[in-house]
Design a protein around this ligand. Sequence first.
Ligand code: ATP
Ligand code: MG
Length: 437
Amino acid sequence: MRLSRYFLPTLKDTPSEAKIASHRLMLRAGMIRQSSSGVYSWLPLGLRVLKKIENIVREEQNAVGCHEVLMPTIQPADLWQKSGRYDDYGPEMLRIVDRHKRDMLYGPTNEEQITEIFASSVHSYRELPQILYHIQWKFRDEVRPRFGVMRGREFLMKDAYSFDIDKESARRSYNKMFVSYLKTYERLGLKAIPMAADTGPIGGDMSHEFLILTETGESEIACHSDFIEMSLANEDIDFKGNLKPIVDRFTSKYAATDEMRDPEAEKALGDNLVTARGIEVGHIFNFGTKYSKPMGASVAGPDGKDIDVEMGSYGIGVSRLVGGIIESSHDENGIIWPDSISPFEVGVINLKVDDADCDKACDDIYKTLLEQGKDVIYDDRDDRAGAKFADADLIGVPWQIILGPRGLKNGVVELKNRKSGEREELSLESALSKTSE
Ligand code: ATP
Ligand code: MG
């Protein structure tokens, strides 16, 4: 991408409405623009990151045998009257009346819609288990939309729904999603800690929220210090096999969100207690027959008798993750992207645009990188070097190849690593091979 032709409306000044780093940086880096309170347009740079996150989430859902669907954003109210949630949901639900005076709503979630699809399509236990998901915009008229895309009114969510014949099978689906979530967050460069969540009248232990620790999270969490080092790195995961040992390893130690904290348990942890702030980036929940029963989602069992299916739902806040990742990885100059979702892999900075030799050398580097299949951003704008460096750091270009007349004369380029801040002069060949490491 040639920056001179790109649409990257960066801001020099810090927008006053933004209270936290990620919101400030997303506005300054030209990733989003507010449309109305809690509703945003995604500009090219922001959309690139959103799509990369979405793709990782999708790949990991597909990897455990979930099937992608796409349900509408607008749903009929009678679906929600059937489940009994139409009146319960309250003012967070955006209610709409169409021209025929039919009550509609902008979906805040999709349990009802998916249960109806399932009920009309699946009739035998032989077709189970099944997990369906979609990645779709939701609307919740939050009382206090804030922190940019972290608590929006319109936001992108991946929500999956599992259908099983009995509790044991539902537990297997739950465990599969639990481990799949850990893997997804690790691929996004995040450490997300599963914390037991309230199951309400359903009861049981099958509800977990996944939180990442940052200074500005909305929840004041506490956990065992072992979580800080825990990962799936050395785990040999077979999603068709028994995942219970992994789930047990990640649930046997204390970890609690602000609503679930237990002073006694925390006292017992002594020096192993960590308190921090956290952002909820996912929530998984088994709710048994709560929706299948009222909405008639039953299948014929082996003996021909009808059985209400056991269901679970599994959400990941895709748009919230963009903010969450920035919140956990930035410095005073801008964003530091994890490699897996960086909008660009390499940048080329031409320090003397309109100098024929410089232009030619930088154009060639740009072409070489493109031929290598890299996502490249090429700063070919006629601007001050300082402004170019500032923008490259702001938008978080991980490797920056910098070239001007002096380097050209000496046969070297400068290579900057955004994460470490390290800059070195080396041959173009070495620089290119470093960016491919
Ligand atoms: P919260 O407690 O933060 O309001 P929730 O419990 O209402 O979240 P769920 O219904 O479990 O959220 O939704 C699944 C995921 O969607 C959450 O884990 C979160 O990452 C994301 N999410 C929920 N509400 C919002 C919002 N207003 N803006 C952005 N993302 C959201
Ligand atoms: Mg909420």
